[in-house]
Write a protein that binds this ligand. Structure first.
Ligand SMILES: [Zn+2]
Length: 99
């Protein structure tokens, strides 16, 4: 199995391309599945197979991986925000921290 990632500006025809590619019997088009997966990772949804998304044999592992990545991204963004704040803020008295 291999994949192709198509990115484009809005209203540039990528959805039409997605639909045309997805109509081929040997291709699977996921559209904007990244947004659906991110939303599903945030709350408990029911899969079309009838199981809770976390218990679905297809989407359960995907959601677990997304949650793990989201947690890492949040930690990385917090660290970057702290570093940016600390390197750009001078507190009264000329210190770089409020202590
Ligand atoms: Zn399922």
């Amino acid at each position: 199995m291999s994949g192709v990632f198509i990115a484009s500006l809005g209203h540039s025809g990528s959805t039409l391309l997605d639909l045309m590619l997805g109509s081929h019997p040997r291709l699977v088009s996921l559209g904007e599945v990244h947004a659906t997966i991110a939303r599903a990772a945030e709350k408990q949804n029911v899969c079309t197979c009838g199981k809770a998304a976390d218990d679905c044999p297809v989407w359960g592992p995907v959601l677990a991986a997304v949650r793990k990545r989201l947690a890492a991204d949040v930690a990385r963004r917090k660290r970057r925000a702290r570093e940016t704040f600390a390197s750009n803020v001078t507190w009264p008295g000329g210190t770089t921290s409020p202590r």
